[in-house]
Design a protein around this ligand. Structure first.
Ligand SMILES: CC(C)(COP(=O)(O)OP(=O)(O)OC[C@H]1O[C@@H](n2cnc3c(N)ncnc32)[C@H](O)[C@@H]1OP(=O)(O)O)[C@@H](O)C(=O)NCCC(=O)NCCS
Length: 162
């Protein structure tokens, strides 16, 4: 992607700009605001509730009381899946997405996962570039996986060996 054309390079966040903590049900209202702003086809609140009750690894990043982003990971039998990474559009491009994914990779490693998988839309160049820059490789694709304006869009499957 022509990063120089689109990447506005806003100030990068540092450790003092945000805090990361496990998600709770009380966060869902704020999470849903960001989820709906960031995704054309957002998760429902019920999906987050299911992730929480299944004890998936669910995280939020916030600044004082402001919800900046969230991320969800599963780990089972040596395999980990990144299910959601979302940054409020006003904060995008300041490094938080990278920090969230790096945090998920640390969690996966601590829980003895060997490989981390994720699905991404081929049209989502920002996310694709982020994963590529962290060492993920394309390992396959799922046909007609995502809803899209013109019907369905395939998913690229990416994997990182830890
Ligand atoms: C994808 C997403 C999580 C990335 O988070 P972010 O905070 O915007 O990204 P970062 O600032 O951490 O940037 C990470 C990398 O993404 C790429 N990137 C970020 N913004 C970009 C832009 N405008 N154009 C091109 N590449 C961009 C760069 O490779 C960047 O790395 P670098 O700045 O160190 O060179 C965020 O944009 C988002 O929430 N998007 C909507 C939801 C979504 O698509 N989630 C992923 C589903 S698979």
């Amino acid at each position: 992607m022509g990063k120089t054309e689109t990447h506005a390079s806003p100030r990068k966040l540092n450790d003092q700009d945000y805090s990361l903590r496990p998600m709770s049900e009380e966060d869902l209202q704020k999470i849903m605001v960001n989820e709906r702003l960031a995704y054309p086809y957002p998760w429902t609140e019920q999906i987050f509730l299911d992730c929480l009750s299944a004890h998936y690894s669910c995280w939020v990043a916030e600044k004082q009381n402001q919800m900046l982003g969230h991320a969800v990971l599963t780990v089972a039998a040596g395999e980990s899946h990144i299910l959601n990474v979302c940054v409020n559009p006003a904060t995008q491009g300041s490094g938080l997405g990278r920090l969230l994914v790096v945090h998920l990779l640390e969690v996966a490693k601590a829980r003895k996962a060997n490989t981390v998988f994720l699905e991404v839309r081929p049209s989502n160049k920002v996310a694709y570039n982020l994963y590529l820059s962290l060492g993920f490789n394309e390992v396959g694709h799922r046909k007609n996986y995502y809803p899209a304006e013109s019907g369905k869009e395939d998913a690229l499957i990416m994997a990182l060996v830890l």
